[in-house]
Design a protein around this ligand. Structure first.
Ligand SMILES: Cc1cc2nc3c(=O)[nH]c(=O)nc-3n(C[C@H](O)[C@H](O)[C@H](O)COP(=O)(O)OP(=O)(O)OC[C@H]3O[C@@H](n4cnc5c(N)ncnc54)[C@H](O)[C@@H]3O)c2cc1C
Ligand code: FES
Length: 370
């Protein structure tokens, strides 16, 4: 660990406080067990966790955004939504990590934590207006960004637009309202898709329904601001496409997935030559990939994409969540040969032979334990 608190790999943190923010979201305040300094970070960045979940043979790896703009009282704050089984698969097991946090992580618990990272960040002193658009627990980076603007007494115009199901599931409502009331440059609009009996329009929320592009057209003066987007995939897809169709420059829209990453804009599939060029390879490059547990061997070319995509195209079905090198759900062992990551944002596993197949390609013929 360096003097300013920066660290490599995992560091032990102790939970100092645990506080509900809504019926489904709870905040956890974490301080380093060694009592050392905490490095600064950019609002919107996240921490990586390796969790020892009861009855799990291997650590569960997950990432959670720091839901405040700076460490306060020596603590980073996380705000975690309890994930139930999906409505369309009620018999599926509920979310492993989020339920572990809610049910087993208490004041005094220790957690293994990786240093802040991520590039979904706001520079509070940057130029130009900003729209922070979130759905559900996608509010966590937006709260960090909003607080950073307030901390910096920045004068840029901010719209905080948030969708929640109802008051019962709405986190940080009073905090955001108080900030908007106290700052002329900050405006907030809250939508409830299913307001509860006790929810009062004009108090807890501003309009019933979802956050839609039509609402944004009413709220915003023009297509000029920079847009930050975080929520469910349908939320992000509908707003991203609505904004682009309205005339917002795609470079002005930045977003972060909390679940499986996907293309937000429907585009033609890149050609084999384009994919190869992006990897700096000849389109005719070929490697054999053996998925040993499955008894499948397939030929990889740049057009096949990641090792995970090659597996899926050949009837092998490894687990995955984020498909972007962050959650470690697709972690596999490379038994023979070499691989290379396809982008720089991968949170690399500890072992040299461990590979996140969603974000890797072969560099030689390889054998994967999947
Ligand atoms: C950069 C980043 C930042 C994040 N920040 C936050 C944050 O600030 N706050 C926050 O709450 N989350 C955040 N997340 C999401 C978080 O990392 C976890 O993905 C989330 O908590 C769910 O993890 P889990 O282990 O609880 O659920 P998982 O166990 O991963 O399950 C996910 C869902 O799949 C369902 N499921 C499981 N098995 C099946 C099956 N067989 N069939 C059908 N469905 C199934 C579960 O019921 C659950 O609904 C962030 C994610 C990223 C990538
Ligand atoms: S699926 Fe999340 S790291 Fe590969």
């Amino acid at each position: 660990m360096t003097e300013d608190g920066a660290w490599q790999g995992y560091r032990s943190f102790v939970v100092k406080r645990k506080e509900p923010e809504s019926e489904t979201i709870t905040s956890f305040y974490l301080a380093p067990e060694d009592g050392g300094a905490l490095p600064d970070y950019h609002p919107g960045q996240y921490l990586g966790f390796s969790l020892d979940v009861p009855e799990r043979m291997t650590p569960v790896i997950r990432t959670y955004t720091i839901s405040d703009s700076q460490a306060r009282d020596g603590c980073y704050r996380l705000s975690i939504k309890r994930e139930p089984a999906p409505a369309d698969a009620p018999d599926a097991p509920p979310g492993v990590s989020s339920n572990f946090f809610h049910d087993h992580v208490e004041v005094g618990s220790t957690l293994q934590v990786r240093a802040p990272s991520g590039d979904f960040v706001l520079r509070p002193q940057g130029k130009g207006p900003v729209v922070l658009l979130s759905g559900g627990v996608g509010c966590t980076p937006m709260i960090a960004m909003l607080n950073a603007v307030v901390d910096a007494a920045a004068e840029r115009d901010i719209w905080f637009v948030h969708g929640a199901r109802s008051g019962a599931e709405h986190a940080f409502g009073a905090h955001v309202r108080a900030i908007a009331a106290a700052h002329d440059n900050i405006r907030a609009h809250i939508c409830y898709s299913q307001p509860g009996a006790g929810d009062v329009q004009g108090e807890g929320y501003d309009s019933a329904g979802h956050v839609t592009i039509d609402l944004l057209k009413e709220l915003l003066p023009n297509t000029g601001p920079q847009f930050f987007l975080c929520g469910s995939t349908p939320f992000m897809k509908s707003l991203y496409n609505g904004l682009v169709d309205w005339g917002v420059d795609e470079f002005q829209i930045v977003y972060e997935f909390f679940g499986t990453a996907c293309e937000l804009r429907d585009r033609p599939e890149p050609s084999a030559a384009d994919k190869a060029a992006e990897m700096g390879l000849d389109p005719d490059t070929r490697f054999q990939v053996e998925f040993r547990q499955s008894g499948v061997t397939a030929e990889w070319t740049p057009a096949a994409g990641s090792i995970l995509e090659l597996a899926e195209a050949n009837g092998v079905e490894p687990d995955f969540i984020c498909r972007s090198g962050m959650c470690h759900t697709c972690l596999s062992t490379c038994l023979e040969g070499e691989f290379q990551y396809l982008h720089d944002d991968v949170v690399e596993p500890m072992g040299d032979d461990e590979v996140l197949i969603c974000s890797a390609r072969p560099k030689t013929d390889i054998v994967i334990d999947a």
